[in-house]
Design a protein around this ligand. Structure first.
Ligand code: GDP
Ligand code: MG
Length: 313
């Protein structure tokens, strides 16, 4: 039996279930999920180690979750699309994922264009089959996709219900080159916990607030103090207008309190200590248009800042 390893990028239109698939395959929540488009803003790396068995190949799959493909209309959008491009560069396999219920639209076309530009082999993943009352309706969909691209494999799955994922993982392994692992066997991501904490806070905002507010939100962790039993975290929620700030705060601060409590519980689950979470809300007009601010949101940039002499706050 042989050992395969390599990079696979998950690509597709917004809301197809890319992040749900990453979490399901890794077996841990690395990416936040919401029913709103553009939940994922940067590429998220997840590592899966498949043990070698007598009758089965083993290996290491390095998965890259990406923002949904869309026409960018801001600095943030352009940064998100750059993340998609970076993930696709140098990967061995592309997992092109679509929602089986959706009619073909511009977002699918745009994603497919990106796929066609790269010479990397691709699987087509037909996701959310749990929502299809009649599986026969997959056939015309498959025929349609076969006409537009030469997919190496076409695999129906449900990322949410974890259906078809074992077979998918085996197929991915077979499509990766033979070779040793890229990451140590106990590592599951490259994201620092302080960034994951910021994402968990943003997820609670996405789940609690109306459509237009979450898109204008960014979260930066200003302080992350780890203790054996208690982790102290201070974070700032940035929005673009006073009206949005009022919505985030809610009547007598009730909304912010609710968001904070839900986020704290999730962060505690992730890091396994008690958490003391302080949240601040600031208005930063038009931040999505600011290249500098968007760059500061990137945790790789934040790490450089932390490594330097002046930690924020
Ligand atoms: P992304 O934008 O492509 O990363 O999509 P997400 O993973 O954030 O998922 C978008 C929405 O689709 C969320 O509400 C998920 O719960 C839902 N979803 C994802 N996969 C499935 C699936 O297999 N079945 C069903 N029913 N819902 C799914
Ligand atoms: Mg996502």
């Amino acid at each position: 039996m042989s050992f395969h390893s390599g990079f696979a990028a998950i690509l597709g239109p917004p809301n197809a279930g890319k992040s749900t698939l990453l979490n399901a395959l890794v077996g841990q929540k690395l990416a936040i999920i919401s029913p709103k488009p553009q939940t994922t803003r940067n590429r998220i790396l997840g590592i899966i180690n498949v043990p070698q068995q007598k009758s089965r190949d083993g290996g290491q799959v390095v998965l890259l979750d990406t923002p949904g493909v869309h026409l960018p209309d801001s600095s943030l959008g352009r940064k998100m699309m750059a993340e998609v491009g970076n993930a696709m560069e140098g990967c061995h396999l592309i997992l092109f994922i679509v929602d089986v219920r959706r009619k073909w639209d511009a977002a699918d076309g745009l994603a497919l264009e990106l796929l066609k530009k790269s010479a990397t082999p691709a699987f087509l993943l037909l996701n959310k089959i749990d929502l299809l009352p009649d599986k026969r309706s997959l056939l015309p969909l498959i025929a349609q996709f076969e006409q537009v691209h030469d997919f190496k494999e076409i695999i129906p799955i449900s990322a949410l219900r974890k259906r078809g994922l074992d077979d998918l993982l085996q197929s991915i392994l077979q499509a990766l080159p033979k070779g040793p692992r890229y990451f140590s066997a106990d590592q599951i991501t490259d994201q620092p916990v302080r960034f994951m904490a910021a994402e968990i806070i943003r997820e609670q905002i996405l789940l609690s607030l109306r459509e237009e507010v979450p898109h204008a939100i960014a979260v930066i962790v200003d302080h992350f103090g780890e203790g054996e039993k208690l982790t102290r975290i201070a974070a700032t929620i940035y929005c673009e207008r006073d009206g949005q700030k009022a919505i985030i705060l809610g009547k007598r601060g009730q909304m912010l309190k609710r968001i904070g409590t839900a986020a704290r519980l999730d962060i505690e689950k992730m890091i396994g200590t008690h958490v003391y979470l302080e949240l601040y809300v600031k208005v930063q007009p038009g931040w999505r248009e600011s290249r500098q601010f968007v760059e500061e949101l990137d945790w790789r940039h934040q790490l450089e800042q932390i490594a330097g002499p002046s930690e924020r706050r």
